[in-house]
Design a protein around this ligand. Structure first.
Ligand SMILES: [Zn+2]
Length: 217
């Protein structure tokens, strides 16, 4: 069984890399963000707590995050392992997590803040059909118009330079102690997240000693 943690700032491609890593290796991708979205969409008790925190402009508390991850892992549907994304958030959680689950490796996607700004601030969303665009990689055919439904595209409310800088500061402040703790156990694999997604995935698999994802030549 393989147990990994993936760490990286928003815009580092963490979700994409986790999904690619799980595909074909029968691992379960445990994304805190996805679990939260599911709870909000399905109006669960947890979803109501999350919505309250978001409406108040607060970050979702560490205890709530920890309870969510524990609850998810208790479902024991990960016979071949898991990739956890969005956890742990502090040193205490990291300590608990390492002791409880005996983590095999921590993939740390590295990307300079300037590149994060470039990627995140170029995101656009269709408020009508939910289609995502990116002015660098995924431009709409007509500027500012959704390819699918023709609606005007918008920027997400929290994708402003100020909000992003605040998130970056928060991320670095919280991540540093977690990474230091993992580094002491010598299980951190630093990966340059700037190359194309397929190349990043190959690097990750090589470092973790996993079979290649590339189609056989
Ligand atoms: Zn649309």
């Amino acid at each position: 069984m393989r147990k990994y943690v993936i760490m990286g700032v928003q815009g580092s491609g963490k979700g994409t890399q986790s999904a690619m890593l799980c595909a074909g290796l029968d691992m379960v991708h445990i994304s805190v963000g996805d679990i939260f979205r599911w709870h909000v969409q399905n109006h669960t008790k947890l979803g109501a707590q999350i919505r309250r925190a978001m409406n108040a402009g607060e970050l979702i508390g560490d205890d709530l995050v920890q309870a969510t991850v524990r609850d998810r892992l208790d479902q024991h549907d990960w016979n071949f392992g898991f990739v956890v994304d969005g956890f742990p958030r502090n040193g205490r959680q990291a300590e608990f997590f390492m002791e409880t689950y005996d983590i095999d490796g921590v993939v740390h996607l590295e990307i300079p803040d300037d590149e994060v700004r470039r990627r995140v601030l170029s995101r656009r969303l269709c408020p009508n059909c939910g289609m995502d665009y990116n002015l660098i990689a995924d431009r709409p055919e007509v500027d500012g118009r959704c390819d699918i439904c023709g609606h005007d595209l918008v920027t997400r409310a929290d994708d402003t330079a100020e909000a992003l800088d605040a998130r970056l500061r928060d991320y670095h402040a919280k991540t540093r102690p977690v990474l230091e703790l993992f580094r002491r156990k010598e299980i951190v694999y630093d990966v340059d997240a700037r190359p194309p997604a397929d190349d990043v995935q190959e690097t990750i698999r090589k470092l973790l000693g996993l079979p290649s994802n590339a189609p056989a030549a």
